[in-house]
Design a protein around this ligand. Structure first.
Ligand code: 2BA
Length: 146
């Protein structure tokens, strides 16, 4: 039996918890793997969104995808980095949230994803929801009800 308080938390809109797009490190379609490697290294994030000029979400890019793309038989072929495009190596099968989704859907999804991209009704990227933010809200809730 779900209490009224829990129900209220699960039904809260995720829009309250989004890290807005201007604060999110990203790369753009057409960028080289060399540029993406720089962004990932400088920001310290293991995976970031890939957007187009209109801020539409196309995929996710992680360090592993770049490394795999330059892995030769006997060495890492760094010289290939400038000619590889992020479009060729990104993961396009991205589970994402709509800005109208609830905390409950986000909670279900952050079990398997460290963060989720959030898009509006036009498919424009509005930001991300991280596992950290969800856990902080859960912690706040647990201490309140105890
Ligand atoms: P990761 O980069 O693997 O980071 C895992 C956790 O490590 C983060 O969890 C955060 O607690 C910490 N962390 C890593 N890099 C950090 C940094 N530069 N500054 C502060 N803390 C850092 P979450 O905060 O839950 O983030 C989950 C994932 O969301 C991150 O995984 C990253 O892929 C993505 N992410 C978070 N904030 C981002 C941002 N502003 N731009 C792009 N991607 C972001």
């Amino acid at each position: 039996m779900i209490s009224t308080n829990t129900k209220a938390l699960l039904e809260r809109p995720i829009s309250d918890f989004i890290i807005s797009s201007e604060k999110v490190a990203h790369v753009q379609i057409g960028n080289s793997a060399e540029h993406a490697l720089l962004v990932l290294t400088k920001t310290g994030y293991s995976s970031i969104p890939v957007l187009d000029v209109k801020y539409r979400l196309h995929g996710l890019l992680g360090m592993k995808m770049i490394t795999e793309s330059i892995l030769g038989l006997e060495r890492i072929e760094y010289d290939k980095l400038p000619s590889i495009k992020v479009d060729d190596v990104m993961d396009t099968d991205v589970v994402h949230l709509k800005n109208t989704d609830t905390f409950q859907r986000a909670l279900d999804l952050v079990i398997n994803h460290a963060f989720l991209c959030v898009v509006d009704e036009d498919g424009t990227f509005v930001g991300i929801l991280t596992r950290r933010v969800i856990l902080k809200q859960l912690k706040k809730y647990i201490y309140q009800v105890d």
